[in-house]
Write a protein that binds this ligand. Structure first.
Ligand code: PLP
Ligand code: CA
Length: 304
């Protein structure tokens, strides 16, 4: 018996797949860029898909920038046809969740970068102002009375005091506990890694004895944001392209989308094959339907 998945495709198979699908969801880091550098050929692929009338969306767990700043990044890296409405970041979707699902009345305590706070402000969600008091301690720092949600994301200025305050707010069972994403770490150059939001969420989960609701991939919410803003988004017509099995392939699988792993990022094909051959059926949700070396392999499909 042969388990499906991990089909390495090229040439005509890619062309057929691109013709068959109407909606393309791209993860960003590891798929279309590495930090500040575009993956070679990726801008041409994205621009060609858009010019051919395909619906292209970007689903990124990077919560450190507001969408506005992604628009500039896309344009700077040569993705000239990308507009704000195509970008679904975990910061933007967290703001939508707080506004439209939680319908939060009161303030949000944010562990995260300024970009996350900016995105919340844009959605009209009030955040607790960080007091700039270097002498404040966990014993006497003031706590706001009307905090109705705690949102944790990547925070390069994380402190023990923030962790302590967030834990106190979460003592109130009515206070909602959200995480922008649960990514464990991200690759940096030279073999270094950047601890991800998931590492901070884990600390707060232990301290509070609670589990966060995750907004970003692999949760379905980002896909729900896309389908609520664009009509006719049929999962069967979508292809999710990502570089991380436990995040992107699981996201696609959770949303009922065909999935493609590109080998320009975190996960290797051997890991995907191991999941495919695993007896644990829950591991099969990490298995991509298709594998390509890079999305630049799409390029010949656009040549007449
Ligand atoms: N969060 C942070 C802080 C990151 O730096 C990155 C990647 O660089 C990500 C999340 C992952 O982003 P993506 O979902 O686009 O791979
Ligand atoms: Ca990625």
């Amino acid at each position: 018996f042969v388990v499906k998945g991990c089909q390495k495709i090229g040439g005509p198979q890619i062309r057929n797949l691109l013709e068959a699908k109407d909606f393309f969801l791209f993860d960003c880091d590891g798929v279309i860029w590495h930090g500040e550098k575009a993956v070679s050929g990726a801008p041409a692929v994205v621009n060609s898909l858009i010019r051919r009338g395909k619906n292209v969306f970007f689903v990124t767990n990077n919560c450190t920038r507001p969408r506005e700043s992604y628009v500039h990044k896309f344009s700077r890296l040569g993705f000239t046809d990308v507009i704000l409405e195509q970008i679904f970041s975990s910061s933007y979707c967290s703001a939508l969740y707080l506004r439209d699902v939680v319908k939060v009345r009161g303030q949000v305590f944010v562990i995260g970068c300024d970009g996350l706070r900016r995105e919340l402000q844009e959605a009209g969600i009030p955040c607790v102002e960080e007091a700039n008091d270097p002498d404040a301690t966990i014993y006497d720092c003031p706590l706001a009375a009307d905090v109705k949600a705690v949102l944790v994301g990547h925070d390069d200025k994380m402190t023990f005091l923030k962790l302590a305050k967030a834990s106190c707010y979460l003592r109130d069972p009515e206070c909602v506990f959200l995480a922008t994403d649960n990514d464990p770490w991200h690759p940096l150059s030279g073999g270094r890694i950047l601890p991800g939001s998931g590492s901070l969420t884990a600390a707060l989960e232990v301290a509070s004895g609670r589990k966060a609701t995750v907004i970003g991939k692999p949760s379905r919410f980002m896909f729900e944001c896309i389908s609520s803003q664009f009509s006719g988004v049929d999962p069967a017509q979508c292809l999710m392209v990502g570089d991380r099995l436990e995040v992107d392939m699981l996201f696609g699988s959770n949303c009922g989308l065909d999935t493609m792993l590109t080998l320009t990022g975190v996960s290797q094909i051997e890991e995907a094959q191991e999941y495919r051959d695993s007896e644990l059926t829950s591991n099969h949700s990490f298995v991509p339907d298709y594998v390509v070396d890079t999305i630049a392999d799409f390029l010949p499909a656009f040549e007449e």
